[in-house]
Write a protein that binds this ligand. Sequence first.
Ligand code: ZN
Length: 101
Amino acid sequence: MKRCPACAKRFNSVDWQCPACGNEPTKIDGFLAFAPELAYEGNGFRHEYFEELTRLETGNFWFETFVNWIFGVVMKLERIMIRLGVRFPFGGSLLLVARKG
Ligand SMILES: [Zn+2]
């Protein structure tokens, strides 16, 4: 069951186009945005900061080492949980962790 954010009509459909008013949520970067006006606002994060952050992180020895250490700890915890037989609600794990370069 879906509810149209424009006219509040409830409908069942695979896609999000409302059969009553034709409204369809816009997509931002391939994801449905039910409140596109808020997509780039809120919580003090500005999307233009991410480009600068990515530029600063790339090649920074301390940051890459720290991130890889965090990923390593998460991978170890995940292995321990799997060995102990901890079951997740679905699938083998909800975590996907990779080391950066
Ligand atoms: Zn509608």
